[in-house]
Design a protein around this ligand. Structure first.
Ligand SMILES: C[S@@+](CC[C@H](N)C(=O)[O-])C[C@H]1O[C@@H](n2cnc3c(N)ncnc32)[C@H](O)[C@@H]1O
Length: 342
């Protein structure tokens, strides 16, 4: 059986010749609760129940050994994947203090220090503003190749900036809902130790994901591109999300086009996640498949605005698998297809 959605080029790299699929397991059958360390703007908390079953299915179907979360952020897929499934797990993020949080939580002693530090922290505007300023300074230095070795402080500042900010933007102190968030802040601190078994053994890298993807393709640092699954939940495409510049590291149109060209013919397995985007739709001309996931609220701030979330994949996911993982996907994906004929 040949895959009608792969161009000859990709067909060679990702042959899909067997009509039998490994079993797809829906989230409801996994009996897991969704894990999340911090609120994260643009995070995929609301999509974990679709993305994790798809990623796990792909790993088993194609015999993949490495999982790379290329634009880590709150790392929701990484946190919720079966940790025994991949021999190697990598968390990559350009924001250095965010990396420090994931690095610290992978280590028991460092996590204890972080918990103690945060437990003694006031929930206040002053503390928030100091954390935001320190994060900016750490990122500025990291760009010059100077890395703050005080991981605990950098991790604490990230936790504070995320948990005390409005809609997790790490910029504006959330005065309005301060009271309701106060308890949540301290309760979350007490839960941090449960992430250590999940994150222990994860390689945390503060890198530009484009550099990491090039390394994977070249088989550097023990990567085997044909056994690697890269998940990239890229920053917003500014064409599709006007007036949004949320991250310390946002991408402009040229960044997205360059990234698209970098991955277009990649020899590794890739899933790119984001809103509907003309830039990424172009990948469908080169054998990628665009799959509609769901209409998701744009922020966690309680507004009604919603946007359609998609994934773009360069490997074959049969309709039967999509139907098992989320019966809704199949119907909606069919409705989308005529717009992007291959
Ligand atoms: C949409 S968020 C990821 C959210 C994450 N999937 C979650 O569920 O929480 C995109 C992330 O990409 C990061 N980022 C931006 N440019 C990057 C780059 N060149 N390399 C790696 N990460 C980058 C941003 O700092 C941001 O944390």
């Amino acid at each position: 059986m040949t895959n009608p959605f792969l161009s000859p080029k990709n067909q060679e790299r990702h042959p899909f010749s067997s009509p039998s699929f490994v079993e797809a397991i829906p989230w409801s059958a996994m009996q897991r609760t969704i894990q999340s360390i911090i609120s994260y703007l643009g995070g995929k908390y609301g999509l974990v129940w679709i993305l994790v079953p798809l990623l796990e299915w792909a790993a088993k179907q194609y015999g993949l050994k490495s999982y790379v979360e290329a634009t880590g952020g709150g790392g929701r897929c990484l946190l919720n994947l079966d940790r025994g499934l991949f021999e190697q797990r990598v968390y990559c993020e350009i924001d250095y203090p965010v990396c420090c949080l994931f690095k610290v939580l992978g280590n028991q002693n460092l996590t204890k220090e972080l918990v103690t530090r945060l437990s003694w922290t006031d929930y206040s505007r002053e503390v928030f503003e100091a954390a935001v300023a320190a994060r900016e300074q750490d990122n500025m230095l990291a760009e010059k190749g100077i890395f703050n070795r005080d991981w605990i402080s950098a991790a604490a500042n990230t936790f504070i900036a995320a948990q005390m900010s409005r809609a997790a933007d790490m910029k504006v102190f959330d005065d309005f809902s301060k009271r309701s968030r106060y308890d949540k802040f301290y309760n979350r601190i007490l839960e941090l130790e449960r992430f250590t078994p999940i994150l222990s053994g994860v390689d945390v890298v503060r890198w530009d994901c484009r550099r990491l993807i090039r390394s994977i393709e070249q088989g550097k640092e023990d990567y085997s591109p044909s056994q690697c699954l890269v998940f990239a939940d890229v920053p917003y495409d500014p064409n599709e999300m006007r007036n949004k510049k949320p991250y310390a590291y946002s991408w402009d149109v040229d960044d997205h086009i360059n990234f698209r060209e970098l991955i277009r013919c990649t020899n590794t397995y890739m899933m790119v996640c984001g809103y509907d985007s003309e830039i990424y739709n172009d990948l469908c001309n080169d054998g990628w498949t665009k799959i509609f996931l769901m209409n998701k609220p744009v922020s966690s701030s309680g507004t009604d605005r919603r946007a359609k979330e998609f994934i773009y994949v360069n490997f074959h996911i049969p309709d039967e698998v999509l139907a098992i993982i989320s019966p809704d996907i199949q119907v909606k994906q069919r409705a989308e297809r005529p717009r992007f004929p291959l």
